[in-house]
Design a protein around this ligand. Sequence first.
Ligand code: NAD
Ligand code: IPM
Ligand code: MN
Length: 353
Amino acid sequence: MASGRTHRIAVIAGDGVGIEVVEAGLGVLRAAAERHGFTLATDELPWGSVHYRETGEMMPADGIETLRGYDAIYVGAVGSPDVPDDVTLWGLLLPIRQVLDQYVNLRPVRLRPGVTSPLRTAKIDMLCVRENTEGEYSGVGGRAHRGLPHEVGIQTDVFTREGVERIARYAFELARKRRGKLTSVTKSNAGRHAFVFWDDVVADVAGDYPDIELERVLVDAAAAYFVTRPESFDVVVGSNLFMDVLTDLGAAIQGGMGLAASANVKPDGGVPGMFEPVHGSAPDIAGTGVANPVGAVWAGAMMLDDLGEAEAGAAVMRAIEDVLAAGEVRTPDIGGGTGTAELADALVASVRG
Ligand code: NAD
Ligand code: IPM
Ligand code: MN
């Protein structure tokens, strides 16, 4: 049933396995679009490390303005061993998140049937909510006296009431739609300014959510609890850096880096969301055709949801579940012997039904 709906997608495949998983992901998303009667009009933006080597910049100066013209942004990964990581990431991904004010970074952690966790438990289903625009990633600081014995490097965390309040409120609302529990992760024993402030703001917001169980956990303990009692987490909210670290741990316990998905959004903000796997460009396996595309495909399903194509998003999620549960087609990271393209083909076939 073609209805003529078209969504404009900016595609930034980026570097390394980013290119491979985005190609796989787009194939699955196009199959879903065809089945559910809409069109994804994609523009591949050749931004990333190759562009940097050619032009000295990761994206054009008006890159973010260009992105504003799209309904969503679909990203692979950026990062190349021959370009400093702070240059690549501060030249592309971090400014996009910050300038578009995509303050929510949503990272589901779910262990699916057919996937083996390194943990004994079988029940992992949490939603990590990462503050995505400030905190440890504010970019405030500098270096001085380079090369001298008294050289210094200063990095200042910036937390604002508005920033903490809006992410806390978003997380409480999510908890209300799920199992009614919110864990707020900080380090307010050592971080006596910013993290005590975070706790205070979260406590203020909690006043509006008496029906939600609020648990406060220090980040070091949270890391251990992700391993020892992951089933106890429902929605987990934390600062930019802490949730960056915890969601790689989350990826690992749900079966591997290649499985984890991420959505950068500004709820009701009138800007495109950015959807990407949690993993990076994986230079150790790039070009070998074995990257797991599931994280990118799952991020694509989150993108379809965000575009208002919930049925198509659900169909992609079902395909992921069915193919993983059947267990016949798996990339090496999850114990199989097939490659990215075969797994993508199996997902496409499943979406087509
Ligand atoms: P990484 O996530 O790229 O790789 C970590 C480990 O996970 C590696 O062993 C890798 O082989 C494995 N892995 C990652 N993706 C996989 C997949 N799809 N299937 C199977 N295995 C997978 O992290 P890293 O090595 O720390 O970073 C590499 C580069 O990526 C760096 O330049 C870093 O800055 C960048 N990076 C970019 C993003 C992003 O663009 N969103 C995210 C993280 C890291
Ligand atoms: C992620 C990545 C980025 C982050 C890096 C590449 C800057 O690790 O999306 O998790 O820390 O946000
Ligand atoms: Mn990360």
